[in-house]
Design a binder for this molecule. Structure first.
Ligand SMILES: C[S@@+](CC[C@H](N)C(=O)[O-])C[C@H]1O[C@@H](n2cnc3c(N)ncnc32)[C@H](O)[C@@H]1O
Length: 834
C-alpha cells in the first residue's frame, strides 16, 4: 500500500523491533493495541491471518498463556516460531478453512479466542483500488472470524480509511458488542491504516450473508446496503466516529474548490463532503493557481484521510489562495454577512474568518510600514541636505499641556491626536494614498504588526489556532461542544488580552452604540465603573467608619482628617493611571521602610541604612549589591516588552501602596509574614542574570588578553624565523647530517622560551632559609619521613638536584632551615630527630 521506500522508513519502531528480535516493526502496533485493550493475556487460541513474516505471532506467543495455540497463516512461508504453528495459505480460499479446522482438531481447540488480521493485499495500482482490495481482504478475515471465533472472543483488524471504511465499521458493529477504533503510535501518521478492535463476539445464530458480501457493502449500492442495515439493526442509524453517517459513507460527496475557498463556512464543508474537486469552471483559477500544489490536490481528493497536518495545510492554503485571488472579495465576504447568516455560521468558521482578516490586516500594515519607512528615509535625507533638523528640546521648548492626557477631552480629540501622529510619521504618505486605504488604516490603527517578532508571534498564534480548530473539528463529530466552547473562549481571550496591545479587533458595535461616551477621554479610564466619587463623598464615606466615632471622642479627628484627604488624593490619582507610572514602579517594592509623606503626596522612601565604615559587612553588602543589581536588571529586561511592562504597572497597584495606619499589630505582623506580594521576576530569572555577571567577571581583562595574544604572536614570529633558518641549514649540502641536526636543535632551543629554573634549597638545622617564589625547599628529614610512611619514592633526579642545590648553595643554606624544615619532625613522639 504505497509503501515509502528509503532510509526514512527505518524509524524508531524499526530499530526497536530489531533490538527486541521482532521480525517486523508491525509487532509494536499489536503490542500497543494489546496494552490498550488487553486481549492477548486471556487468549488460549489465537488465529493470526496474514501473519508473515511473523511479528504479530511473536508478540502473541510472548503474551498468551503458556501452552496456548498460536496459528499463523500467510500467502508466503513464515519461518518457524517457537510456540507457534504457521501455514502457507490464501485466506480467501476455502482450502484455508479446511486446514485451519484440521490444525484445530490436532490441537484440541474448538474455537479461537482471538483472531488477528494485519493483511495487506500484494497488489499495486491506484490508491482507491488498493484500499478497496484491502478492505475486501478485511471482510474475508471477518468471514473466517465468524466461523472460528468463540462467543465473546475478540477480533483485531487493520483497515484503510477509504470510502469503504464505514462499511467495515458497520459490519463489525453487527458482530461485536463493542468496536474500538485505534491508531497506535507505531502506525505511521502518513499511513491511512487504522485498527478496528471488535470486542466480545456476539456469535449470532444467523448472519445475513449480505453483511459479509463486499458487493453489497462496498459497491456504492446504497439501497441494498441500507436494506441490510435496516434488516439487521431495525433502528435509526447512529453517527459514527468519523462524522459520516453509515448510509452516506459509501456515497462520494463532492464540493467544488470554488465553493470551499469562497465559502464563509469552510469547516462545515470539510465536515460534510468526501472530496473537493477542481473540475468545474469556477474552480479553474484556483486549480491553476501556483499555490495549488499537487499535494493540495491529493489532499482534496480524499478528505476522510486527512491528518492534523493535512487539515492545517489545507486551511492555510485556502486562506492564501483566497487572499491572493481576491483580497477585496475576501474582506467583503467576511464583513458583509448579515446578522441572520452570521447566526448560522459555525463559531469555528467565524474564528477562521477573523484569523484571515488579521492576516490581511497584518499584511496591509506591513506594506504601510514599509512605505512609511521609505518616506521617512527620503524626508530625513532631504532635511539633512537642507540642514533643517531642529531639536525642539534644544530651544527649551516644552509644552506641558502637550503631554497632558487631561487635555484630550473626547474620542474625537483622540482620533485627532492619532491621525496627527500618523501624519507626522507618514509625512505625505496619507496624501498619496487613496481614501479607501486611509479608512482602512484608521479602522486598524491599533493593529500595527510590523516587526519580525510580531510576525513570529502571529505565526505561532495561527498554528495554535489551527490546532484548536482541528481538535474541535474532530471532537465536534462526537458531539462534544463543551471542549469547543472552552477552546474558543481561550482563543478569544488570547485575541483580546494576550497580544491585545498590538492587535485589536474593532467591533462595529463599539463605534455605533457607544456614542454616549464620545465626550469622555477614552484614555483616562475610570477604575470605579465610570462613577467618580467627589471629594466630599469620599471624605464622608471615610468618616462613616465606626472607628471615627471613638476617635472623635478621643479628639483624634484632626489626624484622620488629613488621612482622609490623602485617601481622596489617592483616589483622584488612580483616575489617571498612565500619569503615575513612576510611583507605581516604586510600589513594586512592597516591603518598604516607613514612608514619609509631603503635602503633594510624594512618597519619600528613606535610603536603607548603610555603614560603609563597617569592613566586616562589606562582603555582604557586595553580595547584596550584586543581588539587587541582578534583580533590577531582571525587572528592566521585563520592562523592555510592552505587555510585560504594563502588566508590572498594573500589578503594582496594590494595598501596600497605601501604607495603612492604625491596623492592629497582630494583623500587621501576620500580613508581614503571610501576605507577600509576588515579585514580577522569578528567582530563576535573577539567578540567570547573576550567572551572566559571573560570566562577565570570569572573562580576562582586555589588557591581559591583549598582552597574552601579543606574546603568542611574537613567539610565532620567532618560530617562523627559526623554521626558515632550519630549512636553509637542511638545504646545505656541504654539512654533515649530524651537524645539521645539532645546529637546528640549537636554533629551536634558543627560540623556545625558557622556563625559569627551580631553585632547590636544602634545609639545615638552625639556618633560616626562605623558600619563596621559584625556590623548592628540600629537607632530608622530610624526605625520609615520607619514605617511611610510604608516601612516595623520591626520584633519582630529585635527589640529584637536591645534591646540586646543596652544592650551589653551599654554606649559606645553613642551619636555620632545620628550624624551618624540621620543626614538625622534631616529633618527640616519633623519636626520629636527627
Ligand atoms: C503487513 S504484512 C503482515 C505483517 C505481520 N502482521 C507481522 O507482524 O509480521 C501483510 C501480509 O499479508 C499477506 N497477505 C496478503 N494477502 C493475503 C492473502 N490473501 N492470504 C494470506 N496472506 C495474505 C502478505 O503476504 C503479507 O505478508
Amino acid at each position: 500500500m504505497g509503501k515509502a521506500k528509503g532510509k526514512h522508513r527505518l524509524d524508531k519502531y524499526y530499530h526497536l523491533a530489531k533490538e527486541h528480535g521482532y521480525r517486523s516493526r508491525a509487532s509494536w502496533k499489536l503490542i500497543q493495541l494489546d496494552s490498550k485493550f488487553h486481549f492477548l493475556h486471556s487468549s488460549r487460541a489465537v488465529l493470526d491471518l496474514c501473519a508473515a513474516p511473523g511479528g504479530w505471532m511473536q508478540v502473541a506467543v510472548e503474551r498468551v498463556p503458556v501452552g496456548s495455540l498460536v496459528l499463523g497463516i500467510d500467502l508466503v512461508r513464515i519461518a518457524p516460531i517457537r510456540g507457534a504453528i504457521s501455514i502457507e495459505q490464501d485466506i480467501t480460499k476455502s482450502e484455508c478453512k479446511a486446514r485451519i479446522k484440521k490444525i484445530m482438531g490436532e490441537n484440541g481447540v474448538k474455537a479461537f479466542d482471538l483472531v488477528l488480521h494485519d493483511g495487506s493485499p500484494n497488489i499495486g495500482g491506484a490508491w482507491a483500488q488498493e484500499a478497496m482490495a484491502q478492505n475486501a481482504l478485511v471482510i474475508d478475515s471477518v468471514k473466517l472470524a465468524t466461523q472460528f471465533l468463540a462467543p465473546k472472543g475478540n477480533f483485531v483488524t487493520k483497515v484503510f480509511r477509504s470510502q469503504d471504511y464505514n462499511s467495515v465499521l458497520y459490519c463489525l458493529h453487527q458482530l461485536f458488542e463493542k468496536v474500538e477504533v485505534d491508531k497506535p503510535s507505531a502506525s505511521r501518521s502518513t499511513s491511512a491504516e487504522i485498527f478496528l478492535v471488535g470486542l466480545k463476539y456476539k456469535a449470532p445464530a444467523k448472519i445475513d450473508p449480505r453483511l459479509l458480501d463486499v458487493k453489497h457493502l462496498f459497491q456504492g449500492t446504497i439501497e441494498p446496503v441500507r436494506k441490510v442495515i435496516d434488516v439487521l439493526r431495525g433502528t435509526k442509524q447512529k453517527r459514527h466516529r468519523d462524522g459520516y453517517e453509515d448510509g452516506e459513507s459509501i456515497v462520494r460527496k463532492v464540493s467544488s474548490a470554488a465553493d470551499f475557498v469562497w465559502s464563509d463556512t469552510p469547516l462545515e464543508i470539510l465536515g460534510s463532503v468526501t472530496s473537493i474537486s477542481f473540475e468545474d469552471p469556477t474552480s479553474l483559477p484556483i486549480r491553476d493557481h501556483a499555490l495549488t500544489t499537487e499535494e493540495v490536490k491529493t489532499l482534496c481528493d480524499d478528505l476522510r484521510v486527512l491528518g492534523k497536518q493535512d487539515f492545517k495545510h489545507l486551511l492555510k492554503w485556502r486562506m492564501h489562495v483566497r487572499k491572493s485571488l481576491s483580497p477585496t472579495q475576501k474582506a467583503s465576504s467576511t464583513t458583509a454577512i448579515d446578522g441572520e447568516e452570521k447566526k448560522h455560521e459555525d463559531e469555528d468558521d467565524k474564528l477562521l474568518n477573523e484569523m484571515e482578516e488579521l492576516t490581511c490586516a497584518m499584511e496591509r500594515k506591513k506594506k504601510q510600514a514599509k512605505k512609511r519607512d521609505a518616506k521617512r528615509r527620503t524626508k530625513d535625507k532631504a532635511r539633512k541636505a537642507t540642514g533643517m533638523q531642529i531639536d525642539a528640546m534644544e530651544d527649551g521648548y516644552t509644552d506641558h499641556e502637550l503631554f497632558s492626557l487631561s487635555s484630550i477631552k473626547g474620542k474625537k480629540d483622540l482620533v485627532a491626536v492619532d491621525s496627527a501622529e500618523n501624519d507626522d510619521e507618514n509625512g505625505e504618505v496619507r496624501d498619496s494614498e487613496n481614501d479607501d486605504e486611509n479608512d482602512e488604516a484608521q479602522e486598524h490603527s491599533s493593529s500595527v504588526i510590523d516587526s519580525d517578532e510580531e510576525q513570529r508571534r502571529y505565526d505561532e498564534q495561527m498554528e495554535e489556532f489551527l490546532d484548536q480548530v482541528y481538535e474541535r473539528f474532530v471532537t465536534k463529530k462526537e458531539g462534544s461542544t463543551k471542549q469547543r466552547k472552552r477552546a474558543r473562549q481561550a482563543y478569544s481571550k488570547q485575541l483580546l488580552e494576550g497580544d491585545g496591545d498590538d492587535v485589536v479587533i474593532h467591533s462595529d458595535h463599539d463605534s455605533d452604540e457607544d456614542l454616549g461616551d464620545q465626550e469622555a477621554n477614552p484614555l483616562v479610564v475610570s477604575l470605579n465603573d465610570g462613577e467618580v466619587p467627589t471629594k466630599e463623598e469620599i471624605t464622608s464615606k471615610w468618616f462613616a467608619q465606626g472607628v471615627f466615632a471613638e476617635a472623635a471622642e478621643d479628639g483624634d479627628l484632626e489626624k484622620y482628617d488629613s488621612e482622609a484627604e490623602m485617601q481622596v488624593d489617592r483616589q483622584e490619582e488612580k483616575l489617571a493611571v498612565p500619569e503615575k507610572t513612576a510611583k507605581i514602579a516604586a510600589g513594586l517594592k512592597h516591603n518598604q521602610p516607613e514612608t514619609s509623606k509631603t503635602e503633594e503626596d510624594f512618597e519619600i522612601v528613606p535610603a536603607p541604612a548603610t555603614d560603609s565604615s563597617d569592613d566586616s559587612s562589606s562582603d555582604d553588602s557586595d553580595n547584596d549589591d550584586v543581588e539587587t543589581k541582578a534583580e533590577i536588571l531582571a525587572y528592566a529586561k521585563k520592562m523592555l516588552r510592552k505587555k510585560q511592562r504594563e502588566q508590572m504597572f498594573d500589578d503594582a497597584y496594590n494595598k501596600y501602596m497605601f501604607d495603612d495606619e492604625g491596623l492592629p499589630s497582630w494583623f500587621v505582623e501576620e500580613e508581614k509574614r503571610h501576605c507577600q506580594p509576588m515579585k514580577p521576576v522569578t528567582k530563576e530569572e535573577i539567578a540567570a542574570i547573576r550567572a551572566q555577571f559571573k560570566e562577565i567577571n570570569a572573562r580576562p581583562a582586555k589588557k591581559v588578553a591583549e598582552a597574552k595574544a601579543k606574546k603568542k604572536r611574537v613567539a610565532m614570529r620567532k618560530l617562523e624565523k627559526v623554521r626558515k633558518k632550519a630549512n636553509t641549514i637542511s638545504d646545505q649540502t656541504d654539512i654533515s647530517d649530524r651537524s645539521k641536526r645539532k645546529m637546528i636543535e640549537q636554533l629551536y632551543k634558543k627560540a623556545t622560551p625558557k622556563r625559569p629554573k627551580k631553585e632547590y634549597v636544602v634545609a639545615k638545622k638552625g639556618v633560616a632559609v626562605k623558600a619563596g617564589k621559584g625556590k623548592v625547599l628540600v629537607d632530608r628529614r622530610m624526605k625520609k619521613d615520607a619514605r617511611a610512611r610510604g608516601m612516595g619514592k623520591p626520584g633519582k633526579g630529585a635527589s640529584k638536584k637536591g645534591k646540586n642545590a646543596k652544592g650551589q648553595k653551599g654554606k649559606g643554606s645553613g642551619k636555620g632551615s632545620a628550624k624551618n624544615g624540621n620543626k614538625g619532625n622534631k616529633g618527640k613522639k616519633m623519636g626520629m630527630h636527627e
